[in-house]
Ligand binder design. Structure first.
Ligand SMILES: Cc1cc2nc3c(=O)[nH]c(=O)nc-3n(C[C@H](O)[C@H](O)[C@H](O)COP(=O)(O)OP(=O)(O)OC[C@H]3O[C@@H](n4cnc5c(N)ncnc54)[C@H](O)[C@@H]3O)c2cc1C
Length: 380
């Protein structure tokens, strides 16, 4: 008899988990999503997500990134869509900085396809970046931009095509591990399955209260600017980039609409003001937006100083920024994307589905026991 495995939360990682389960022999896969499929409250919205192989965050990630890249190509081929655009990712910074040196170390240690560029070379090749004399660059040749909304949709479509059941507008209020299966509760129904994979992102504390001290929800924002010469910001003249200068950390992607360019400082915007993300205020403080715009304009004189639009999103962070991927009884939890999990979503999800089937264990640093509680600000 087939195992029945449920995925709770069909966003970035959950859609990928359902896709893996739907391809696993002997598994009946069912996915639950509290909102409509492809809704706008998930951590995956906002036009693009950077994919890069050059990772100063730690060597644990490089094999996972290699696997993720294969899986992105598989999903793209199965759905006949280009999900990963190979624009390259250029990381720039002062050559003698620790971050730049550890990035170089990582590309060299793992023999990753890359190019080193001087400021002069960057100015010639990428005029929109306006590189300063003291900036050096490493171009990750396998990096680029993912289309996150399309990727989630594609994984869910492929899962259904492979026979998985998708129940949207179905919020799970509670899960109960009975020792011989897991009972899943909605407002007015319940259902028994053999195992559950919980991928509820910023809502994880309400579904898995036992890990609430290990995660925090952060408010992240994306901003777009109007270039004075749009042709300097299209993919043929600009890669994706990560730019570190004097403690100002920003990233972006070339223009996809031909008139605006994403240049964002992800985590400068404070925590959520409502535990229910969908009811949170999705605006930013007007002066903070203008101030951020001025700082971006200092680095990119080729764009107008005021962002012409922005969007607010939420992601779940752990104290180490490593995800939680672990199993307690018949419940597997995958959360804590920490601002960098989209690129890895298919690889993380594969680990979670293997864990549900008693397969290979994820790296030790992803286990619940190796995560420290997140530091909370002291009440005044
Ligand atoms: C603005 C921004 C920029 C980022 N940039 C990058 C980047 O460039 N590169 C990169 O790799 N990563 C990036 N990240 C990080 C990455 O996008 C996130 O880590 C990742 O999307 C988190 O995925 P998730 O599956 O945990 O959450 P989500 O994608 O939010 O999915 C959670 C899903 O669970 C559903 N759900 C929750 N509770 C329930 C319930 N009780 N019942 C049913 N369904 C439920 C939700 O509705 C949602 O659909 C960025 C994140 C943000 C926010």
């Amino acid at each position: 008899m087939n195992r029945k495995v449920a995925v709770i939360g069909l966003g970035s990682t959950g859609s990928m988990a359902l896709w893996h389960l739907s391809r696993t022999p002997g598994v009946d896969a069912i996915g639950f999503e509290q909102f409509g499929i492809g809704h706008g409250y998930g951590a995956y919205t906002g036009e693009s997500r950077l994919f890069r192989m050059a990772y100063h965050e730690g060597t644990t990630y490089v094999p996972l990134l290699r696997r993720a890249r294969e899986l992105w190509h598989q999903l793209g081929a199965a759905s006949a869509r280009q999900l990963l655009h190979n624009f390259g990712v250029l990381s720039t910074g002062r050559e003698d900085s620790l971050a730049f040196q550890s990035l170089l170390q990582s590309v060299e240690d793992h023999d990753l396809a890359h190019e080193r560029l001087t400021a002069k070379q960057m100015r010639l090749r990428y005029p929109g970046l306006d590189s300063r004399d003291d900036e050096a660059g490493v171009l990750d040749l396998h990096g680029g931009a993912l289309r996150p909304e399309l990727a989630v949709l594609s994984a869910i479509e492929q899962s259904e095509r492979n026979g998985a059941i998708v129940q949207d507008h179905t919020g799970i209020t509670r899960i109960e591990d009975t020792g011989s299966g897991v009972r899943i509760h909605t407002e007015n129904t319940e259902e028994m399955v053999d195992q559950v994979i919980v991928t509820t992102g910023a809502w994880s504390s309400s579904v898995m209260p036992e890990i609430k001290d290990l995660i925090e929800v952060r408010k992240l924002a994306l901003t777009w600017f109007l270039p004075k010469i749009p042709a300097n910001f299209t993919p043929d003249r600009m890669p994706c980039f990560i730019r570190d200068r004097k403690g100002f950390h920003i990233f972006g992607a070339p223009s996809v609409d031909g008139y605006s360019v994403k240049i964002a400082g992800l985590d400068l915007w404070g925590g959520p003001n409502n535990p229910r993300i969908e009811e949170s205020d999705l605006r930013l403080e007007r002066r903070a937006v203008s101030e951020f715009g001025r700082k971006v304009h200092d680095l990119f004189p080729g764009v107008m100083p005021e962002p012409n639009r922005y969007s607010v999103h939420y992601d779940t962070y752990t104290s180490s920024k490593a995800p939680i991927i672990d199993r307690v009884g018949d419940v597997v939890i995958l959360t804590g994307g920490s601002g960098h999990a989209f690129k890895l979503a298919p690889a993380y999800a594969e680990l979670a589905t293997q864990l549900a089937g008693a397969g290979e264990l994820p790296p030790g640093e992803f286990s619940i026991s190796s995560h420290e509680p997140v530091a909370r600000p002291l009440a005044s």
